[in-house]
Design a protein around this ligand. Sequence first.
Ligand SMILES: [Fe+2]
Ligand SMILES: [Fe+2]
Length: 144
Amino acid sequence: MTKTTHLDDDAHLGQDALDLEHQGQIDLLLAVEMELRGAAGKAQLHTLLDRLIEFSNIHFMSEQVLMREQAYPGLPAHEAEHDQLMDQMRDFQKRIESGEGTLTAADLSTLSGWVLQHIRTKDRAFAQHLTDNAEEIGQSSAAS
Ligand SMILES: [Fe+2]
Ligand SMILES: [Fe+2]
């Protein structure tokens, strides 16, 4: 059985680039979770987790670059949450590599919940900031 999930209305931000990357992140989280529900071959899990870590890192970095460009005041708190999520993913990868501790589908489900919560709160606030700034730029150029 293949399970797919799409960003629900709460997690859909209306910023195409961000929404596309979030969908990619959620798809990878789900792929790891599905692997853990099935045969969970170590090599396959390792590869999928690597992909998730790499994708998430690039996504988080690109958000942070955009925030710096925008002088976004929420950057420090936002970055701290990104760091926590990355730490969690790297901890999962370590568990697979060392064979110590277990990694379960429930762990992945919890992580997906945190990522979605981040998107619905922190990323949504930044998307709103982008929208507000775009309106201001539009207004000032219309006024000149
Ligand atoms: Fe994000
Ligand atoms: Fe974010």
